[in-house]
Design a protein around this ligand. Structure first.
Ligand code: ADP
Ligand code: 5GP
Length: 181
């Protein structure tokens, strides 16, 4: 099974590490999720996410078009099923970057996927990264940190844990866990 699912608390560096994996291994296909949250400055529709409204999201859920979906800090997120299934059928190594509830749903449906947890070097460093990114107001950061406690407690559910101390090293460890050959 050439599917790897990467989870970890908001701000740990999932996006950064995935971008580094893509730089070194352009053959890895990274799923583009749908979300109802607004784009951050610099984000482009169809690149980081498909930005949709609540009605569109609800319709996709109803039609069974999402492999998994979850609410996170007040917004809906989900993985489009068709593009992933097409890549997997072609034998392409695929990577999903999703939160804990979604990872659990994927595990229920695709138990032989590899589940990797990206962990921060410390709680203080996680807070520093999430705050330092400067993309969310304080109340949203609070909500994400609240959620981070739950996510960190679920680390042992994963097949492997990669500590994101250094982006290059973390990306290399993630690649070593993926079936990229
Ligand atoms: P996530 O996708 O998990 O929410 P991001 O990739 O947006 O996290 O990273 C959150 C912040 O932490 C960003 O400002 C990013 O530049 C920084 N960051 C990511 N990885 C590291 C690292 N290994 N060391 C220091 N800062 C990092
Ligand atoms: P952000 O708003 O910071 O981009 O993402 C918030 C959280 O949603 C992150 O933990 C991210 O991994 C997760 N996420 C992104 N896309 C999906 C998805 O398709 N499904 C699920 N369940 N979570 C997602």
């Amino acid at each position: 099974m050439r599917l790897t699912v990467l989870s970890g608390p908001s701000g740990v560096g999932k996006g950064t590490v995935v971008a580094e994996v893509r730089r070194r291994h352009p053959e890895v296909w990274v799923s583009v999720s749908c979300t109802t949250r607004a784009p951050r400055p610099g984000e482009t529709n169809g690149v980081e996410y498909h930005f949709v409204d609540v009605e569109e999201f609800t319709l996709m859920v109803k039609k069974g078009e999402l492999l998994e979906h979850a609410m996170f800090a007040g917004h809906a997120y989900g993985t489009p099923r068709a593009p992933l299934e097409a890549r997997l059928a072609e034998g392409v190594p695929c990577l999903l970057e999703i939160e804990l509830q979604g990872a659990r749903q994927v595990r229920a449906g695709i138990p032989d996927a590899r589940f990797v947890f990206l962990a921060p070097p410390s709680w203080q460093e996680l807070v520093r990264r999430l705050t330092g990114r400067g993309t969310e107001p304080p109340e949203v950061i609070e909500r994400r940190l609240d959620r981070a406690r739950t996510e960190l407690a679920a680390e042992s559910e994963f097949d492997a844990v990669v500590v994101n101390d250094d982006v290059t090293r973390a990306a290399a460890r993630l690649v070593a866990l993926m079936d990229t050959d």
